[in-house]
Design a protein around this ligand. Structure first.
Ligand SMILES: [Mn+2]
Length: 258
């Protein structure tokens, strides 16, 4: 299910297809939000001026490979609540890779984001400081409030950083939500900051007219996006729906072989 856009591909000695020069992106996949995943990938690929390799993080596949075995907790609103922290492992603890939720819509070139990468950090993310107003999200899943809320929804991982070796499958499967989502394996100064427009929270962050530094580069439909009936009129719904139409049109074209 890997999607690439023209990175340099070769078949490695173990038979896996590798893409040495492509920027690796891991997108959280949830069967209830398949279309969100597809549209998110489409929005990245369409705008990227660099080779990228997108891999979905699919819980059922990780379970088959014995990389994921924890029981699903009641507070997990998606299937990738914990499996996301396998990102450095899945990238072979090499180079930089991004994890992102499937409920994102990219409006800018991912190269602009990779240009912000600084090797002195173990991870980089948007450091939101907020308390959500809603007590439920998406289709009724319980919303929880905790420090560093939403930080883990889009993270650039310096997979080769020695500190991130902590994130073994064993740790990802046994550690608490607090340890993982608050990045307790890192010191504060090892966490780099990215402008909020790369994780623009629909319903929370605001565009200031005339101030381009507030224009979203990636919209995060964190409360639930237009693919859910309850959120079909949310802010920026039009942008997501337009992207979905485009994705569907292109898919039909490709299936038709023209
Ligand atoms: Mn999300």
């Amino acid at each position: 299910m890997t999607i690439t856009n023209g990175g340099v591909h070769s078949v490695s000695t173990n038979g896996h297809i590798t893409s040495d020069k492509a920027f690796k992106i891991f997108v959280g996949y949830d069967p209830r939000e398949d279309i969100a995943y597809e549209v998110c990938c489409h929005s990245i690929m369409k705008r990227s001026s660099i080779p990228v390799e997108i891999n979905p993080i699919i819980q059922s596949e990780l379970r088959k490979k014995n990389l994921y075995w924890r029981e699903r907790g009641q507070l997990e609103s998606t299937e990738f609540s914990f499996s996301r922290f396998l990102t450095p492992y899945l990238a072979n603890y090499e180079g930089w890779a991004m994890f992102v939720d499937c409920d994102f819509l990219y409006l800018a070139d991912i190269k602009e984001l990779t240009d912000l990468i600084d090797d002195k950090y173990a991870i980089m993310c948007v450091q939101h400081d907020y308390t959500p107003k809603e007590t439920t999200k998406m289709d009724g899943a319980v919303q929880t409030v905790y420090p560093r809320k939403n930080w883990s929804s889009m993270v650039l991982y310096n997979c080769g950083h020695p500190k991130n070796k902590v994130l073994t499958p064993e740790v990802v499967n046994t550690q608490t939500g607090a340890f993982l989502h608050r990045f307790h394996w890192l010191e504060d100064e090892e966490i780099g900051s990215i402008p909020f427009v790369w994780n623009f929270l629909e319903g929370h962050n605001r565009v200031v007219e005339g101030d381009t530094t507030t224009f979203p580069k990636a919209i995060h439909y964190t409360r639930g996006g237009p693919w859910f009936d309850a959120w079909k009129n949310c802010e920026f719904a039009d942008l997501w729906l337009k992207e979905m139409e485009e994705y569907i049109t292109e898919k039909k074209k490709n299936v038709g072989g023209n």
